[in-house]
Design a protein around this ligand. Sequence first.
Ligand code: G
Ligand code: G
Ligand code: MN
Length: 427
Amino acid sequence: MHSSHAVIQDVRKHELAFKCNQLSTAQIMVIDDEPLLLSVMRLMLVDLGCQDPVCYEHSRDALQAMDNEGAKPAVIVLDLRMPEMDGVQVLRHLGERRYAGDLILLSGEDGQTLRAAEALARAHKMRVIGVHMKPVTSEQLAESLAKHVKDLAATPFRARATYSPNAIAHAIREGELVNYYQPKVDTSSGAVVGVESLVRWNHPTDGLVFPDQFIPTAESSGLIRDLTRQVLVNALSQSKAWREVGIELNVAVNVSMDDLSSLDFADFVIEQTNLAEVLPESVTLELTESRLVPNMTAVLDVLTRLQIHGFGLSIDDFGTGHSSLVQLRDLPFDELKIDRSFTRNAWNDARLRAFFQASVDLARVLGLSSVAEGVEDANDLEYVRKAGCRITQGYFIAKPMPAESLLEWLNDWELRLTQESLFRSVA
Ligand code: G
Ligand code: G
Ligand code: MN
């Protein structure tokens, strides 16, 4: 029995090593002040198929390599506790250099410290693909690196270029923006209840560009108004097309506060929805606040009218930034979307569960439906259902996809529902 376990371990290790082999051209950088651990990690990485990881005992040397020698690591493995320049300082320096690769954080500290460091890294807009207590094992490194490889395959273009207002205006005019759609499902039956539209830019030379590379500029330059309207019109015509082939789905569109501060926004939404022959009840507007509310009176006017006309209004990324209790108190919503930072891993983390459950309870008391974002595995899904959250979306169910992929996905999902019995064991 022991030996079969060892065989399985071995097979698994080879699978992961194979995946890591695909990293051959990507550079892995390791920063740890303990020479012994550093050389152990180097051996592990080489063993996993990573070619020539670069290792630094001193953070300064690592940063210098990035500045002077043009080192562009795809993944940095970073120890948090180091005597000269600690990991938190390194994160800050990486943030200043707009480091666009992935991070694996290591610490001898408890989970709380690691979590705080992870949050800090995210605040610097870096992606954390692993958080491990020291000493890290080969399996742990492999798991994290496999995530890097997987996401590389899923997102061919991930460099963090940003674009000028002119370029974005051009893209809007030329119709280069396309909607991807991510399914929302009922947590008790698995039934698909709707989709969220997530805009992408089909860039003629740069490939598929993600919204974090152009939405902030669109918001600060006044272009978001035209962008949102185009996304909405596309979503409405898609909704109509789906209905014509027998697929009834609620379709959600993200709107910015800036959209809501022009009084004619409600008229536009109502008019376009009519034109597309879609029912307002089948349209949800998800509102996130990224900047200060420019004109609260207009926002209230627009939202209230939309609600009277039957549109669904959702507070997005609840619990973060300005998507707060104050907004929930002052604005009319019928859905609360719990930010993915509270969902992911909550089943395994009492603090996250407290936030998650409080949000679900708040929604219930206020008569809103709750949606959990960011369900990434079966444990997440099971927790969300048990916590009483009725609707969810996340990579475990489906990543955002082009409209033409949805039919096939719906078929696959039906199959998964019967084969994986994901939803059968509801108490
Ligand atoms: O997959 P994802 O990378 O699609 O989206 C990243 C962020 O961009 C999310 O916070 C999402 O709300 C935002 N976003 C995606 N599409 C739109 C859109 O059409 N309008 C606005 N305002 N934000 C969007
Ligand atoms: O509008 P909002 O901020 O909710 O945008 C959803 C964002 O979350 C998009 O960027 C989408 O691609 C992303 N997303 C959706 N599901 C998951 C998930 O399961 N995990 C992670 N990490 N991101 C997700
Ligand atoms: Mn959203």
